[in-house]
Design a protein around this ligand. Structure first.
Ligand SMILES: Nc1ncnc2c1ncn2[C@@H]1O[C@H](COP(=O)(O)OP(=O)(O)OP(=O)(O)O)[C@@H](O)[C@H]1O
Length: 303
């Protein structure tokens, strides 16, 4: 997924918010590229929800500014046509049917009956739209929230922990839906505290820790910060380390188990250097750093 060039869908500049005794969000800046699915990832309490709420004008920042589609949200004549938001899975009255719920919300964004049927189909609720939402599962309520956010056909979707309560099938469905949404040139900003839930959904990331941005950029930028390592078991690790250094690869550390951990060259290059140095290799494996490890390293232990 590569984002088309164009002005960013969302811009946060220096957003800060404190509550008594809590520096909830501190000097947070990032952009959501148009056509991207951008994830705000952070442990519980790291400031994700507060940040999203400031972008949506629901929490007043102490300092900083936010723009959606080129202007503060309040400056757009019908904000619901610019951004659709899902902040939790609740919202529909349990005695109301899904269709009736959408009919209540539709006038706010001037959505037609045809649009209501369209969004019900989009989220896969058309067959159950006549049922009271009190009978819905959490996953169905999440879909209804998404349908509500989509009513105004917004250019930007903001979703706080959208995968919460979804079963694995629901998560796969959501991934497909959001990817297609972004491919159509629109943009998605979502939050999560679980790497596994979103690692295959997002193409850009903002990692938050203790109210601050620990990383922002594309997944490729993130991977480049943590080059893969190669772990080598060999007859003479010291000789291999010397040969690697002579070839310009100086980042080789002897592990407690006697294996050499090499950062930089790929496994086949390390094997070639070992052969050249006459060092017998018993085993060699790529120890790719995964996103979960990076996330934990950046955000520290959860409190
Ligand atoms: N209205 C509020 N009043 C007081 N403190 C608040 C308020 N809203 C958030 N906080 C505090 O600000 C910090 C950040 O909270 P926030 O909900 O933004 O984090 P989060 O990353 O979304 O966490 P979670 O995933 O648990 O929702 C937390 O310490 C939280 O207790």
């Amino acid at each position: 997924m590569s984002a088309p060039a164009g002005p960013p869908a969302v811009v946060a500049r220096g957003l800060s918010k404190s509550y008594p005794g809590v520096d909830a969000v501190h000097d947070v800046s990032f952009e959501v590229p148009a056509g991207s699915v951008t994830g705000v990832l952070g442990p519980n309490g790291s400031g994700k929800s507060t940040t999203l709420r400031m972008l949506l004008g629901l929490v007043l920042p102490d300092s900083g500014t936010a723009e959606v589609s080129g202007a503060p949200l309040g400056a757009h004549p019908v904000p619901g046509r610019v951004v659709g938001a899902v902040l939790d899975g609740r919202g529909a009255h349990p005695r109301r049917t899904a269709r009736a719920h959408l009919r209540c919300v539709a006038p706010v964004v001037a959505a037609s009956d045809a649009r209501i049927e369209e969004v019900l189909a989009l989220v896969g609720l058309r067959e159950v739209a006549h049922r009271r939402t009190g009978t819905y599962s959490l996953g169905m309520r999440q879909r209804l929230s998404l349908a509500t956010a989509l009513l105004g056909d917004p250019a930007v979707l903001v979703l706080d922990e959208p995968a919460n309560g979804l079963d694995p099938e629901g998560i796969v469905w959501l991934r497909g839906f959001l990817t297609a949404y972004a491919r159509s040139g629109r943009s998605v900003l979502l939050s999560s505290h679980l790497v596994r839930e979103i690692e295959r959904t997002v193409d850009h990331l903002v990692i938050m820790a203790a109210g601050r941005v620990a990383f922002r950029g594309s997944l490729a930028d993130l991977a480049a910060l943590y080059p893969a390592r190669v772990v080598v078991a060999c007859a003479d690790p010291a000789a291999l380390a010397l040969a690697l250094a002579a070839a310009g690869h100086t980042d080789a550390i002897l592990g407690v188990d006697g294996r050499l951990v090499v950062t930089g060259p790929a496994a086949d290059r390390v094997a070639e250097i070992a052969r050249g140095a006459g060092v017998h290799v018993f085993g060699i494996v790529d120890a790719a750093v995964d996103l979960e490890q990076i996330f934990l390293a950046m955000t520290g232990p959860r409190s």
